[in-house]
Design a protein around this ligand. Structure first.
Ligand code: OOG
Ligand code: NI
Length: 462
């Protein structure tokens, strides 16, 4: 008799909780942020009963306190390919391709996340996963040395690899195996206080780009931040200093709006942490700056048309004023952002009619007649038979991600490589195609409309 398998959703929840506990222990400021976010989410919900009821009816309330994303940076194609297999055990798949070379960061990325509605509702845990691009490093000797160091390391435990294989051949894991899998997988994301290289090598890597040192000089891809979801990011940004945590200068993403869109994010600066370098067999104390904390507020997913409008308005804002890392023009930047984004409709029905966002359709419960069933969605909404709620954006934004990278790498690290997206190279390393994010939302929208229609049909026939 084999024991019943634990669902990938449950394995993901175990893993996300274990990761959060580990990071809370390792980076105490993350715990402070979690408490602040929980406190402010509680206040927001208490002050807005309709919003609370709406979130509850969409099944978003329960997931809120569980919700977070993390980020890791990998060194080799083989690491990325195995990481894909590891995340698949937890029902997480690569969605989207993000090129960060545009922003002077030598990586390209995807996000591993659940795909289906039910899985997202169960636990939307995501991991923003970057692959270092040594092909962007001009110094050939350094590139070869970095490759040699990376070729020596094994970031997965033997137990983890064995359980990935077992999950693949048996189509899942028992509860007992799932618990061992989570414990083994956690080892890959743990912080190591001892570097993989000597101090001289670390300096060479660091001088080429701090990110290169962060990936190459360590035994594994330590989780570099975990991000809870807030309902009021402006309040978190305001309150962070009161809790002794210094936020980055500006909130990335769109401005505050009546109907939130996409994703707004802020972070606190990376910590300088003690690290031991092993030089000629002896410990040499030093430090490394990589791990930080981030908070995000999620809004409606945008269609390609909506995303294009967002990109254009953000581009206009940044052409007019570039946020200075020291925060000296933060107020002027936020004011400009608000002013330029006045051109983005801010009414749910307008956004839907203009085809700017993705919506989830459902029946209101009002009785329908047989004739209603043939009417189009707009007419059914106008007649009060259907309702449409914005679908939450589950992905990331490359300009924001670059801003988060930059604020944590320090201004000295701002370099230019020139935009050289290379999705083919990324997908070859991954061993799979990345999933198109618009496809995910369009499918959820279409399925919700089809379901709502068939419910209307049934109620009309009854
Ligand atoms: C990832 C930065 C991107 C986000 O939320 O946009 C990111 C990193 O620093 O490794 O996490
Ligand atoms: Ni992040």
């Amino acid at each position: 008799m084999t024991s019943p398998q634990l669902s990938p959703n449950d394995i993901r929840t175990l893993f996300s909780r274990a990761m959060s506990e580990m990071y809370r222990d390792e980076v105490p400021a993350y715990g402070t942020l979690l408490d602040l976010v929980a406190e402010l989410n509680g206040k927001t919900l208490a002050g807005h009963p309709e919003e609370k009821a709406r979130l509850a009816s969409l099944g978003e309330l329960e997931r809120l306190s569980e919700e977070r994303h993390g980020a890791i940076r990998l060194g080799t194609a083989a690491e990325l390919a195995t990481m894909r297999q590891l995340f698949a055990v937890m029902g997480m798949y690569p969605v989207g391709y993000y090129d960060l070379s545009v922003a002077g960061v030598p990586v390209h990325s995807t996000a591993f996340r659940p795909l289906e509605d039910a899985a997202l509702r169960a636990n939307p845990f995501r991991v923003f996963t970057s692959l270092l691009r040594l092909d962007l490093i001009a110094d050939e000797t350094l590139r070869a040395d970095a490759e040699a160091v990376l070729a020596q390391r094994q970031i997965f435990t033997p137990g983890c690899l064995r359980l990935i294989e077992k999950a693949e051949t048996e189509g899942g894991l028992s509860a007992e195996d799932a618990r061992s899998f989570v414990a083994e997988a956690l080892e890959t994301f743990r912080w190591h206080t001892r570097a993989n290289v000597d101090h001289r090598m670390y300096r060479r890597l660091h001088d080429a780009h701090r990110l290169i040192a962060d990936v190459v000089a360590f035994k594994g891809p330590h989780i570099n931040h975990l991000t809870p979801r807030t309902l009021d990011i402006d309040a978190v940004q305001r309150m962070m200093p009161e809790k002794g945590v210094a936020p980055k200068a500006v909130i990335e993403g769109p401005p505050a709006r009546r109907v939130p869109i996409l994703l707004r994010q802020t972070s606190f600066k990376a910590l300088e942490e003690p690290v031991d370098f092993i030089t000629d067999g002896t410990n040499e104390p030093g430090s490394h700056t990589a791990r930080f904390g981030e908070i995000e507020q999620r809004g409606m997913a945008l269609t390609p048309k909506g995303q294009a409008l967002y990109d254009r308005l953000l581009g206009e804002t940044r052409a007019a004023i570039t946020p200075a890392p020291d925060g000296s023009n933060a107020a002027a930047y936020m004011a400009k952002l608000q002013e330029i984004f006045a051109a983005f409709p801010d009414d749910p029905e307008q956004l839907r009619k203009d085809g700017l966002g993705y919506f989830r359709y459902s029946v209101t419960g009002k009785p329908a007649s047989a004739a209603d069933v043939t009417r189009d969605a707009d007419a059914l909404i106008a007649a009060g038979l259907l309702r449409a709620d914005p679908i939450v954006y589950e992905d990331f934004l490359p300009v924001s991600a670059a801003g988060i990278f930059q604020s944590n790498l320090g201004d000295d690290a701002a370099q230019t490589f020139g935009a050289t997206p290379n999705r083919d190279m990324f997908e070859t390393a991954l061993g799979a195609r990345v999933i198109d994010l618009h496809h995910c939302y369009a499918e959820i929208e279409a399925a919700s409309l089809a379901r709502a229609r068939s419910e209307l049909g049934r109620s009309a026939a009854a």
